[in-house]
Design a protein around this ligand. Sequence first.
Ligand code: PLP
Length: 392
Amino acid sequence: MAPVYLDCNASTPIEPEVLQSLVGALREVGNPHADHGHGRAQRERLEAARHAVAAAFGRAAPLVSFTSGATESIDLAHGGLRDHLKRMERRHIVTTAVEHRAVASAVERLRQGGFEVSVVGCDAQGRVDAAELLDRVRADTGLVSMMHVNNETGAVLPIAQVARGLVGHEAYLHVDASQSAGKLQAPLTDSRLDLISLSGHKLHAPVGIGALVLSERAAAALTPRLTGAFASDPRRPGTPSAPLAEALAVALRLAARDGDARRAVWERHRQGVLRTVAALGARVVGPDDGLANVVSVELPGLDAEVARMLVADLVEVGTGSACHASRAPSHVLLAMGRSARQAACVLRFSWCHLTPDVPWEEVVQRLGPHCVVDDSQRGRLASARRVAQVGV
Ligand code: PLP
């Protein structure tokens, strides 16, 4: 039996209905910029997708740029605003300590280009406080850039409160919605959000498609990052992929349609992880009220890489942020107050509605003997394993 894939926060499996529509669309030839029947058909497909993606965020179609993924969307947001912010003498940025590298490195590039950056920390569960963040906003703040849902802990950041707090302030608000689009969609329709970046392969569309959703004023301020022919999008030149754009639109539609059913499956898997955590004497690293499709687990005295190998034929999991392969301790875990040593013992389990049943009992049997627990924990563990029906 193949191992169960438990790394959905790194990339989700494509939804069968999305695949079906994609395969059909890929059979069609035509450049959406061409003025003949095939070109027009592709253009219609592309513009219908743009309209659908925009509507999912409560926006008009011209405010959506299709990109290759969230990293490009973030680069377009940050790099695209840079010249405008400089002109406006707004060279201060507020961001958080739990951002994905895609945002953290885009912020770092702005810092190196003369911007001043305030980084707001998080609590031991990875939660960010809206009031603390808003306190850092100054008269010359040009950009507030924060994620919506953390890819390692599932912590939900208070974007609605931050959006409310910024009403009447000139700062642009960028939200990295890579892990929340299609999962926690409602706050993303707030009109105060100026730039929303999203990634197809985090929401059951294929890899290679993403979007940047804008407000009118952000769209007016943005400078494109690429040069070329701007036939269908004033911010992103080149030939856009109508089939991929459509796949993203379909994925968002299905996420809205099936949200309740998906969440019920997530919760079932989450309970399996939580029973496993108890049976191993391990600790959840993250808040109780995070998105229910991810749990990071600190294994007592067991290196995460070793643990990953021990269970490699049963489950495939992430360590740290699974989106980068470095063995450097996760900056998110460090920001949460974990030591580098503790961070090295953290495994990330993430799943989706397409995840099949997970052999949790076998995972416990494999990892249990390698977890270092003290005598006071042994009795408690024995009963947790009985409750989990995984033997003692
Ligand atoms: N932001 C977050 C929160 C992510 O989790 C990821 C990928 O893991 C990205 C950005 C980058 O997304 P992409 O792979 O589409 O460039």
